[in-house]
Design a binder for this molecule. Structure first.
Ligand SMILES: *[C@@H]1O[C@H](CO)[C@@H](O)[C@H](O)[C@H]1NC(C)=O
Ligand SMILES: *[C@@H]1O[C@H](CO)[C@@H](O)[C@H](O)[C@H]1NC(C)=O
Ligand SMILES: *[C@@H]1O[C@H](CO)[C@@H](O)[C@H](O)[C@H]1NC(C)=O
Length: 418
């Protein structure tokens, strides 16, 4: 099933004091109405949620998109900047409750978000709302009737930042396994998150996607499977897959993907599994080379980079195609086992020296070896229930591929700890 949701981004070239209806709509979800081009930050000069007319306008606007366009939900952009008078700027969030409850909270904005979620979920029971909130406001994703803000999901924004930071700053042998696991599991119990390894934020000009950090210029010349594998491409492809699978398994209750049959960046697609969500946006799932850049003064209004090169997927002898196949199979495997809908994972091992992560979720056992130089044999891992486990994915040395489920089994015995 394909679901359409809208994404409103902070416009990059809006003139100061330019205020049309469209901008007010953006303000809604954004409180980043106007862009201060001199500071190149988005500042909202239009915080007006207390006004009756504004509220009415904003709420009926949501309804209009639902009724007229049959949207399946909304992703509210920049929720952190709405929630606090300090707009999240210069504020740290360590998890202490005093950071979330106090006079710094913009109650009018908070009430608007509760109202928005209330009307959306009441009028359209299937509607999905997603909050882009980096602060981790408690009860953001609990029902309004419980005193929550009523969102279905929060975007786990710390995860992509963590991956980029690791690829930028760490050598392979220095990866901090405990810290990776912490970032992937650091969410409020009972509030659902959408995990993702990267988003359009990384694909836009000025930043680099995971694939670019991993493989850089070799993506232009060495991606044909007809030429020998180079060490850079080999490492890049394996890590690209492992990072995705780990994020998918451990990071949330939904997964955001970026292959996108997207109309620029204003619309994204949610593909919903049984109880889990799969969001699709623009981007880099298949290691798309290059970046996104929209026509603007700085690039002579060029459309050259305002494109996705889906043609790369049609050439079976390009390794982009293999990355895509992995991604598809990962998605289908989840569909079969439903780990996204299962309770949070039980992490039984995060071994700093071996660089091994083991966890169990939804009756699926995940074992990752991030060790750049060592493989292990007879590695002992813990499982909750002894028995036979079918192998769904094997990533080993040069290849990372899904198996025919019947093909191989992985046995475990119960044993007594002495
Ligand atoms: C990778 O690309 C470079 C640049 O074109 C080329 O010189 C090199 O031979 C390629 N390596 C392989 C293994 O094809
Ligand atoms: C991903 O899985 C969903 C079901 O959970 C399915 O509807 C969708 O087509 C799949 N997408 C891809 C790219 O395989
Ligand atoms: C989906 O949710 C329903 C009710 O919440 C539950 O009965 C069902 O087992 C779930 N399905 C999966 C695959 O987790």
């Amino acid at each position: 099933m394909e679901l359409w949701i809208s994404i409103w981004e902070c416009p990059v070239a809006v003139k100061i004091n330019f205020c049309c209806v469209k901008c007010m709509m953006k303000c809604v979800n954004n409180s980043q109405l106007l862009v201060d081009l001199t500071l190149s930050v988005c500042v909202c000069l239009f915080v007006c949620f207390a006004s009756w007319e504004v509220l009415r306008f904003l709420l009926s606007n949501l309804r209009w998109w639902m009724d007229e366009y049959g949207f399946d939900g909304f992703r509210f952009d920049g929720v952190t900047s709405m929630l606090y008078h300090h707009h999240g700027m210069g504020a740290g969030f360590s998890g202490d409750y005093s950071e979330y409850f106090g006079l710094q909270v913009d109650e009018d904005a908070l009430v608007y978000l509760m109202l928005a979620n209330h009307i959306l979920h009441t009028l359209y029971p299937d509607c999905i709302t997603v909050a882009e909130d980096v602060s981790g406001m408690p009860a953001l994703c609990r029902g309004v009737e419980e005193g929550g803000l009523g969102f279905d999901y929060r975007l786990a924004m710390a995860i992509p930042d963590k991956w980029i930071q690791i690829l930028k700053e760490c050598k392979d042998e220095d990866w901090d396994i405990g810290n990776i696991v912490h970032t992937l599991t650091n969410r409020r119990y009972g509030e659902k998150c959408i995990a993702y390894a990267e988003s359009h934020d990384q694909a836009l000009v000025g930043d680099k996607t995971l694939a670019f950090w991993l493989m850089d210029k070799e993506m232009y010349t060495n991606m044909s499977s007809l030429t020998p594998m180079t060490p850079v491409i080999d490492r890049g492809i394996q890590l690209h897959k492992m990072i995705r699978l780990l994020t998918h398994g451990l990071g949330g209750e939904g997964y955001l993907n970026f292959i996108g049959k997207e109309v620029l960046r204003d619309i994204s697609v949610i593909l919903s599994g049984l109880n889990s969500s799969y969001v699709q946006e623009t981007g880099n799932e298949f290691g798309h080379p290059e970046w996104l850049d929209f026509p603007r003064e700085g690039n002579d209004q060029s459309y050259h980079y305002a494109r996705r090169q889906f043609n790369l997927l049609d050439m079976g002898n390009l390794r982009y195609h293999q990355l895509f196949v992995f991604d598809r199979d990962m998605n289908l495997t989840e569909d079969k086992y439903g780990w996204l809908a299962a309770p949070p994972a039980f992490v039984s091992a995060k071994h700093e020296e071996d660089k091994v992560i083991v966890f169990e979720r939804g009756r699926v056992l995940f074992i990752f070896n991030f060790n750049p130089s060592q493989s292990f044999q007879d590695y002992r891992v813990a499982v909750e229930t002894p028995g036979t486990y079918p192998l769904a994915f094997v990533c080993h040395g040069k290849a990372c591929f899904p198996l025919n489920i019947q093909e191989l089994a992985f046995f475990c015995h119960s044993f007594k700890a002495s």
